[in-house]
Design a protein around this ligand. Structure first.
Ligand code: ZN
Length: 452
């Protein structure tokens, strides 16, 4: 019997972990961290309902931490199988997992020094050493090739268009085919190829981050230009919290297009994220996996000043001349962007610009919802800066694009499972799919076992 159980990433956009069980084989599709709300983050510390020692393999759709960030912990708790991922995903995951481990170590250290953790001593969820160790379990594979999985199943990855390396996963087992969308990207993105359609499946598991939204179709470069222009006219700085892998590079490309059109004048652009800088290098390494010709790549990425060390980063916070700062993390949950928000949020001349999805409970979400102050490193910072959002710069398909991808199947699957969305987004997608496609669709409940 084949069953599907979501251990995370159902009813929320983080913690993706979808367990397929067939015969005595347990296969996990994605292994993400819970992020955002405290009660969600605490789930990272709970034992998985399936003993990691009994998990035979992991298929990783892409490297974002909400899909990969629990892997070192899974291995620490006894998972000894292979992690199958595209080559680019393996490389991106190495950057993200090592950084995540380093941040966890630093947070535990900070909590111990300040004595605010209820655990004595506070421990990291995993260490850099744990993250380095789990990298040895990766089995990098090519797109489109049939790959053998434990228990006689077979895997085929196709492009998902979401970030470098991101793929949809088609899994064939016991005569049934189940397709996982992972996170789907945009169509006609200037950097990444379109999500590839999948011809047939018995079951489809789809994300629904923007299941209840349509992105503004107006020109994102022009919209970006308007925000920068009005901020600079006020003598202000634009701070852009951006996911280090994916959005940071797309933004740099958009800013370069803006400069070509004469819309950026002499405003300097800084990329203050060593990880985003490394991710940019990976984009160069995997030049077949994106659309930028190398001349455009060189031109776009050399028009930016890269900030490597912390001293330079602090100097940038202190510098009051108009500029654009792109820095991580994308939801303002950590990283260097916090110093910049602390430095720039209290002045009405500046702008905090969000471009990606802001999960519930994150500082990014609170700012977008109009918070008048935010707590950063233990102190409250008043917010007088303009807070703006350009969701059309997001790396996630909107509901029209999710429907477009579903339209690629030759015939309706027996059932569509909807995951990776806040409840209202998942429910809106379910209603739309039933109304427009007439498919049988269900919003997946965490922990519920579905027989396929
Ligand atoms: Zn993602």
């Amino acid at each position: 019997m084949l069953t599907l159980t979501s251990l995370g990433g159902a009813g929320t956009v983080t913690g993706s972990k979808h367990l397929l069980t067939y015969g005595d084989t347990n296969l996990l599709v994605d292994c993400g961290l819970f992020q955002g709300l405290k009660n969600l983050r605490e789930l990272n510390w709970q034992r998985l309902s399936t003993d990691p020692r009994t998990i035979d393999g992991v298929v990783l759709t892409h490297a974002h931490l909400d899909h990969s960030g629990y892997l070192p912990r899974l291995a620490l708790d006894g998972f000894a199988g292979s992690i199958v991922a595209t080559r680019a995903t393996r490389d991106v995951a190495e950057l993200l997992l090592l950084d995540s481990a380093w941040l966890q170590e630093k947070d535990a250290e900070f909590a111990n020094r300040k004595g605010y953790s209820k655990h004595h001593p506070a421990l990291p969820l995993y260490t850099v050493e744990d993250a380095e160790r789990v990298m040895k379990q990766f089995q990098p594979v090519a797109l489109h090739q049939p790959i053998a999985l434990p228990g006689g199943a077979q895997l085929r990855f196709r492009r998902a268009g979401h970030i470098l390396g991101a793929a949809t996963a088609q899994i064939d087992v016991g005569g049934q085919r189940i397709v996982f969308s992972g996170d789907l990207g945009r169509y006609d993105d200037p950097v990444l190829h379109d999500p590839e359609s999948v011809p047939a499946a018995d079951y489809v598991v789809i994300e629904s981050t923007y299941g209840n939204r349509r992105h503004d179709r107006s020109d994102p470069v022009a919209a970006l230009g308007e925000i920068i222009t009005r901020t600079v006219r006020r003598g202000g700085t634009v701070v852009v919290p951006a996911f280090a892998v994916g959005r940071a590079q797309s933004l740099i490309h958009d800013l370069w297009l803006l400069r070509q059109r004469g819309g950026l004048a002499n405003v300097p652009v800084f990329l203050d994220s060593p990880m985003a800088t490394s991710a940019t290098e990976l984009l160069q390494k995997y030049h077949d996996e994106h659309k930028l010709p190398s001349a455009a790549f060189e031109a776009a990425f050399s028009a930016v000043t890269y900030v490597r060390d912390v001293e330079e980063s602090k100097a940038l916070s202190a510098n009051r001349y108009p500029k654009v700062i792109i820095s991580a993390s994308g939801m303002a949950t950590g990283g260097r962007v916090l110093h910049h928000i602390a430095a720039f949020a209290s002045d009405h001349r500046n702008t905090l610009l969000f471009s990606g999805y802001q999960a519930m409970g994150t500082r990014g979400r609170k700012l977008l919802e109009g918070a008048r102050d935010v707590k950063i490193h233990g102190s409250w910072v008043p917010v007088h800066a303009e807070v703006a959002e350009l969701p059309m710069l997001s790396a996630h398909a909107d509901s029209d694009e999710l429907l477009r991808w579903l339209g690629g199947f030759d015939k309706p699957p027996r059932r569509l499972f909807i995951v990776h969305g806040e409840p209202e987004a998942s429910e809106a997608l379910r209603e739309r799919v039933q109304r427009e496609l007439g498919w049988q669709a269900s919003v997946v409940l965490q922990g519920e076992r579905y027989a396929l």
